[in-house]
Design a protein around this ligand. Structure first.
Ligand SMILES: Cc1cc2nc3c(=O)[nH]c(=O)nc-3n(C[C@H](O)[C@H](O)[C@H](O)COP(=O)(O)OP(=O)(O)OC[C@H]3O[C@@H](n4cnc5c(N)ncnc54)[C@H](O)[C@@H]3O)c2cc1C
Length: 308
């Protein structure tokens, strides 16, 4: 019940101001956000990769309202790539981007987002790595898939995300798997209406497994974005049945969530990539993490009370 309420709050400016100013917020946010600046995140990248894990880096931010903010988002990623250059990690450190942060919702937004993300993908390729386009709410996806297809003409390693809770996703998965794409499959983190998405957790899990099968049997590179132990076990079994070797798919989990599992899967020889978010505009990202696990909200409220 709490999840949808928190997701609705994630779009409220009033709540954003309240949560951002609340005592104790920083401490709880720090569990999910690796730092505020590129200088803070680089040592974390170095440490994570030294432990045999891989990373995908997300400069937090979304739903921007001016073109200047969109250009600033592009520049933040270019600055990050500049810092990654000297680490020489290749695909062990890739980037995740949200097109709404690159101007997708502004006037002429589709072209603007494409124009802004292209130099980031080019710069990533120049240091031997790549970019994955995150999936946001369902109204943005046709544009995201079109941008993905356009970028793949020059940079075929560009990845994208699909969400198991959407009815449309099995069809998207078939197209992407046949096209040999890198695809991250996740359950889905936004508040979506019953007209486009499964609302029931068990239905979402079943859809996830159907999509996993499509990806595993296809020609692409599946990236399994989930902390769900059942889905991880099913992935291993489906990969085995599809005859995929350990380096022909990867697991991905979020920074700060089930960190022991990151290490366990990597020790078993799996590719394990940690989605590492950093930056100052963390509100939307943070609220989705609270919505996924209401116990996080209790922890947050408790930390506010003890700080008072
Ligand atoms: C690498 C990665 C990238 C993602 N990218 C996107 C994207 O582009 N678009 C999108 O819509 N969604 C994205 N998501 C979020 C995703 O849609 C889910 O909301 C999120 O992963 C929770 O689902 P789950 O599969 O972990 O299963 P759940 O059933 O939600 O969780 C399984 C278990 O994991 C743990 N867990 C899960 N979430 C949390 C949390 N927030 N705090 C503490 N413990 C938790 C709990 O132990 C829980 O019981 C991404 C997730 C990952 C891992």
């Amino acid at each position: 019940m709490l999840g949808p309420v928190i997701l609705a709050a994630s779009r409220s400016d009033k709540m954003r101001r309240f949560v951002s100013a609340a005592p104790g917020t920083k401490q709880v946010v720090g569990r999910f956000i690796a730092g505020e600046t590129v200088e803070q995140v680089v040592p974390i990248v170095r440490d994570t990769t030294a432990r045999g894990l891989e990373v995908t880096l997300d400069v937090v931010g979304e739903d921007i309202t001016t073109r200047e903010q969109a250009f600033a988002a592009r520049d933040a990623y270019l600055e990050l790539i500049d810092h990654l250059k000297s680490l020489d990690l290749g695909t062990r450190a890739e980037m995740s981007v949200k097109l709404s942060m690159f101007g997708q919702a502004l006037e002429g937004g589709h072209e603007l987002a494409l124009a802004n993300v292209r130099p980031v993908v080019e710069a990533a390729a120049a240091i031997g790595t790549t970019v994955t386009l995150d999936a946001e709410d369902h109204t943005t996806l046709d544009s995201m898939f079109a941008i993905h297809e356009e970028l793949r003409k020059d940079f075929p390693q560009t990845g994208c995300v699909i969400q198991a809770y959407l009815f449309r996703t099995e069809e998207d998965a078939r197209r992407l798997a046949a096209g040999g794409s890198r695809v991250r499959i996740v359950k889905g983190a936004y508040k979506e209406p019953a007209s486009v998405a499964y609302q029931d957790k068990a239905e979402i899990d079943k859809a996830y497994v159907r999509i996993l099968k499509i990806l595993m049997e296809g020609d692409g590179y599946p990236m399994i974005g989930s902390h769900d132990p059942r889905l991880i076990a099913i992935t291993q079994e489906l990969a085995r049945r599809a005859g995929r070797k350990l380096d022909e798919y990867e697991f991905q989990m979020l920074y700060g969530i089930r960190s022991d599992e990151h290490v366990r899967l990597a020790a078993e020889g799996h590719r394990m990539r940690v989605y590492t978010a950093y930056g100052t505009d963390w509100y939307g990202y943070f609220m989705r993490r609270l919505a996924e696990k209401p116990a996080n909200l209790l922890f947050f409220v408790r930390s506010m009370i003890t700080k008072n």
